[in-house]
Design a protein around this ligand. Structure first.
Ligand code: O7M
Length: 214
Protein backbone atom coordinates (compact mmCIF):
# COMPACT_ATOMS: atom_id res chain seq x y z
CA UNK A 1 0.00 0.00 0.00
CA UNK A 2 1.29 3.50 -0.84
CA UNK A 3 1.60 5.60 2.29
CA UNK A 4 0.62 9.26 2.00
CA UNK A 5 3.93 10.27 3.60
CA UNK A 6 5.57 13.35 2.08
CA UNK A 7 9.00 12.20 0.94
CA UNK A 8 10.35 15.74 0.72
CA UNK A 9 9.26 16.77 4.23
CA UNK A 10 12.08 17.18 6.72
CA UNK A 11 9.80 16.65 9.69
CA UNK A 12 9.60 13.54 11.82
CA UNK A 13 6.59 13.90 14.08
CA UNK A 14 7.15 12.70 17.67
CA UNK A 15 3.81 11.17 18.60
CA UNK A 16 4.32 11.29 22.36
CA UNK A 17 0.75 10.69 23.47
CA UNK A 18 -0.80 7.86 25.48
CA UNK A 19 -4.26 7.61 24.01
CA UNK A 20 -4.86 5.30 21.03
CA UNK A 21 -7.63 7.32 19.39
CA UNK A 22 -5.71 10.58 19.74
CA UNK A 23 -2.61 8.92 18.29
CA UNK A 24 -4.45 7.37 15.34
CA UNK A 25 -6.27 10.61 14.60
CA UNK A 26 -3.03 12.63 14.63
CA UNK A 27 -1.27 10.02 12.46
CA UNK A 28 -4.13 10.00 9.92
CA UNK A 29 -4.32 13.77 9.71
CA UNK A 30 -0.61 14.54 9.66
CA UNK A 31 0.84 11.62 7.66
CA UNK A 32 0.92 13.42 4.33
CA UNK A 33 2.86 16.34 5.85
CA UNK A 34 5.69 14.43 7.52
CA UNK A 35 8.58 12.22 6.48
CA UNK A 36 7.84 9.73 9.27
CA UNK A 37 6.25 9.41 12.69
CA UNK A 38 8.33 8.50 15.74
CA UNK A 39 6.65 6.64 18.60
CA UNK A 40 8.06 6.38 22.07
CA UNK A 41 7.09 4.40 25.18
CA UNK A 42 3.96 6.38 26.16
CA UNK A 43 1.71 5.06 23.38
CA UNK A 44 3.21 1.55 23.57
CA UNK A 45 2.81 1.25 27.34
CA UNK A 46 -0.82 2.31 27.11
CA UNK A 47 -1.82 0.23 24.07
CA UNK A 48 0.69 -2.56 23.53
CA UNK A 49 3.07 -3.16 20.65
CA UNK A 50 0.29 -3.83 18.11
CA UNK A 51 -0.29 -0.10 17.90
CA UNK A 52 2.84 -0.03 15.68
CA UNK A 53 1.03 -2.07 12.99
CA UNK A 54 -2.02 0.18 13.25
CA UNK A 55 0.03 3.36 12.91
CA UNK A 56 2.09 1.86 10.06
CA UNK A 57 -1.03 2.02 7.88
CA UNK A 58 -0.63 5.80 7.80
CA UNK A 59 3.10 6.55 7.85
CA UNK A 60 6.57 5.14 8.24
CA UNK A 61 6.92 4.43 11.96
CA UNK A 62 10.20 4.82 13.83
CA UNK A 63 10.24 3.09 17.20
CA UNK A 64 12.16 5.23 19.65
CA UNK A 65 12.90 2.58 22.26
CA UNK A 66 16.46 3.85 22.89
CA UNK A 67 17.75 0.32 23.28
CA UNK A 68 20.50 0.24 25.90
CA UNK A 69 21.22 -3.29 26.97
CA UNK A 70 23.57 -6.20 26.35
CA UNK A 71 23.56 -7.62 22.84
CA UNK A 72 21.20 -10.54 23.47
CA UNK A 73 18.49 -8.41 25.09
CA UNK A 74 18.75 -5.74 22.38
CA UNK A 75 18.47 -8.51 19.78
CA UNK A 76 15.34 -9.98 21.39
CA UNK A 77 13.63 -6.59 21.51
CA UNK A 78 14.64 -5.65 17.96
CA UNK A 79 13.41 -8.93 16.49
CA UNK A 80 10.07 -8.49 18.24
CA UNK A 81 9.63 -4.90 17.03
CA UNK A 82 10.45 -5.99 13.45
CA UNK A 83 7.41 -8.29 13.46
CA UNK A 84 5.04 -5.30 13.69
CA UNK A 85 6.02 -3.47 10.53
CA UNK A 86 8.03 -0.58 11.93
CA UNK A 87 10.15 1.30 9.39
CA UNK A 88 12.88 2.16 11.87
CA UNK A 89 14.19 1.59 15.37
CA UNK A 90 16.37 3.73 17.64
CA UNK A 91 19.15 2.44 19.87
CA UNK A 92 21.52 4.13 22.25
CA UNK A 93 25.15 3.90 21.18
CA UNK A 94 26.80 4.16 24.60
CA UNK A 95 26.34 0.45 25.28
CA UNK A 96 29.04 -0.19 22.68
CA UNK A 97 29.60 -1.71 19.29
CA UNK A 98 28.59 -5.26 20.26
CA UNK A 99 25.07 -4.13 21.14
CA UNK A 100 24.84 -1.84 18.10
CA UNK A 101 25.89 -4.68 15.79
CA UNK A 102 23.28 -6.94 17.37
CA UNK A 103 20.56 -4.37 16.69
CA UNK A 104 21.67 -3.84 13.09
CA UNK A 105 21.86 -7.60 12.50
CA UNK A 106 18.42 -8.35 13.94
CA UNK A 107 16.62 -5.32 12.48
CA UNK A 108 15.71 -7.04 9.20
CA UNK A 109 14.17 -4.40 6.91
CA UNK A 110 14.09 -1.77 9.66
CA UNK A 111 16.46 1.19 9.53
CA UNK A 112 18.57 1.56 12.68
CA UNK A 113 19.35 4.97 14.19
CA UNK A 114 21.72 5.43 17.12
CA UNK A 115 21.80 8.25 19.67
CA UNK A 116 25.22 9.91 19.70
CA UNK A 117 24.34 13.09 21.58
CA UNK A 118 21.26 14.32 23.42
CA UNK A 119 19.23 17.51 23.36
CA UNK A 120 20.10 18.08 27.01
CA UNK A 121 23.49 17.79 28.66
CA UNK A 122 24.35 14.24 29.55
CA UNK A 123 27.30 12.03 30.36
CA UNK A 124 27.57 10.95 26.72
CA UNK A 125 28.59 14.51 25.81
CA UNK A 126 32.22 13.58 26.43
CA UNK A 127 32.27 10.62 24.09
CA UNK A 128 30.13 11.64 21.10
CA UNK A 129 33.03 11.13 18.67
CA UNK A 130 33.51 7.53 19.84
CA UNK A 131 29.77 6.93 19.61
CA UNK A 132 29.76 8.20 16.02
CA UNK A 133 32.72 5.99 15.19
CA UNK A 134 31.12 2.86 16.67
CA UNK A 135 27.79 3.65 15.00
CA UNK A 136 29.42 3.97 11.58
CA UNK A 137 31.39 0.77 12.10
CA UNK A 138 28.26 -1.08 13.17
CA UNK A 139 26.51 0.00 9.97
CA UNK A 140 23.57 1.99 11.34
CA UNK A 141 21.37 3.84 8.83
CA UNK A 142 21.38 7.12 10.75
CA UNK A 143 22.31 9.06 13.88
CA UNK A 144 20.32 11.05 16.44
CA UNK A 145 21.94 14.37 17.41
CA UNK A 146 20.58 17.55 18.99
CA UNK A 147 18.86 20.22 16.90
CA UNK A 148 18.92 22.66 19.82
CA UNK A 149 22.71 22.42 20.15
CA UNK A 150 23.76 23.39 16.62
CA UNK A 151 27.50 23.65 17.42
CA UNK A 152 27.47 20.09 18.70
CA UNK A 153 25.36 18.96 15.76
CA UNK A 154 27.80 20.54 13.31
CA UNK A 155 30.74 18.73 14.96
CA UNK A 156 28.85 15.48 14.61
CA UNK A 157 28.03 16.17 10.96
CA UNK A 158 31.69 16.96 10.29
CA UNK A 159 32.85 13.52 11.48
CA UNK A 160 29.91 11.52 10.10
CA UNK A 161 30.18 11.87 6.34
CA UNK A 162 26.81 11.87 4.61
CA UNK A 163 24.97 9.48 6.93
CA UNK A 164 21.42 10.60 7.80
CA UNK A 165 21.06 12.66 10.95
CA UNK A 166 17.70 13.06 12.67
CA UNK A 167 17.57 15.83 15.25
CA UNK A 168 15.23 16.55 18.17
CA UNK A 169 15.00 19.74 20.22
CA UNK A 170 13.16 22.21 17.96
CA UNK A 171 10.28 24.19 19.46
CA UNK A 172 9.55 23.11 23.04
CA UNK A 173 13.27 22.56 23.77
CA UNK A 174 14.30 25.89 22.27
CA UNK A 175 15.91 24.78 19.00
CA UNK A 176 15.40 26.38 15.65
CA UNK A 177 14.69 24.40 12.49
CA UNK A 178 16.85 26.52 10.18
CA UNK A 179 20.00 26.46 12.31
CA UNK A 180 19.59 22.70 12.80
CA UNK A 181 19.36 22.05 9.07
CA UNK A 182 22.28 24.40 8.42
CA UNK A 183 24.31 22.51 11.03
CA UNK A 184 23.72 19.27 9.17
CA UNK A 185 20.43 17.68 10.20
CA UNK A 186 18.53 15.81 7.48
CA UNK A 187 15.30 15.50 9.45
CA UNK A 188 13.95 17.37 12.45
CA UNK A 189 12.04 15.54 15.18
CA UNK A 190 9.21 17.67 16.62
CA UNK A 191 6.60 16.68 19.19
CA UNK A 192 4.94 19.16 21.54
CA UNK A 193 4.98 22.13 19.17
CA UNK A 194 2.75 20.03 16.92
CA UNK A 195 0.55 17.83 19.10
CA UNK A 196 -0.01 20.54 21.74
CA UNK A 197 -0.92 23.10 19.10
CA UNK A 198 -4.61 24.01 18.65
CA UNK A 199 -3.91 23.48 14.93
CA UNK A 200 -1.42 20.59 14.49
CA UNK A 201 -1.73 20.53 10.68
CA UNK A 202 -1.08 24.28 10.50
CA UNK A 203 1.89 23.89 12.86
CA UNK A 204 3.48 21.20 10.66
CA UNK A 205 2.83 23.23 7.52
CA UNK A 206 4.70 26.16 9.10
CA UNK A 207 7.67 23.94 9.94
CA UNK A 208 7.64 22.47 6.41
CA UNK A 209 7.57 25.98 4.91
CA UNK A 210 10.50 27.06 7.09
CA UNK A 211 12.51 23.98 6.16
CA UNK A 212 11.93 24.30 2.44
CA UNK A 213 12.93 28.00 2.41
CA UNK A 214 16.56 26.88 2.68
O1 O7M B 1 9.56 18.34 20.45
P1 O7M B 1 9.53 17.67 21.79
O2 O7M B 1 10.53 18.21 22.74
O3 O7M B 1 8.15 17.60 22.36
O4 O7M B 1 9.89 16.13 21.52
C1 O7M B 1 11.18 15.72 21.24
C2 O7M B 1 11.20 14.24 20.96
O5 O7M B 1 12.54 13.87 20.70
C3 O7M B 1 10.74 13.36 22.13
O6 O7M B 1 10.09 12.23 21.59
C4 O7M B 1 12.03 12.95 22.81
O7 O7M B 1 11.93 11.68 23.41
C5 O7M B 1 12.99 12.89 21.61
N1 O7M B 1 14.41 13.16 21.94
C6 O7M B 1 14.78 14.28 22.63
O8 O7M B 1 13.96 15.15 22.95
N2 O7M B 1 16.09 14.44 22.97
C7 O7M B 1 17.06 13.57 22.65
O9 O7M B 1 18.21 13.78 22.96
C8 O7M B 1 16.71 12.43 21.89
C9 O7M B 1 15.39 12.28 21.49
C10 O7M B 1 15.12 11.25 20.54
O10 O7M B 1 14.28 11.31 19.68
O11 O7M B 1 15.92 10.20 20.59
C11 O7M B 1 15.80 9.23 19.62
Amino acid sequence: MDLPTMEDSKIIFALDVYDRDTGIELAKNLADQVFAIKVNWPIILENGIKIISELSKYSKIICDFKLADVENTDKLITEKVAQYGAWGIISHAFTGIKSLRAVVKSAGQMKVFSVVSMSQESYIDNVYDKLVDDSLKAGVFGLVAPANRPDRLKKIRDISGDIKIIAPGVGAQGGNIISAIMAGADYIIIGRSIYDSPDPIGAIKKFNDEATKL
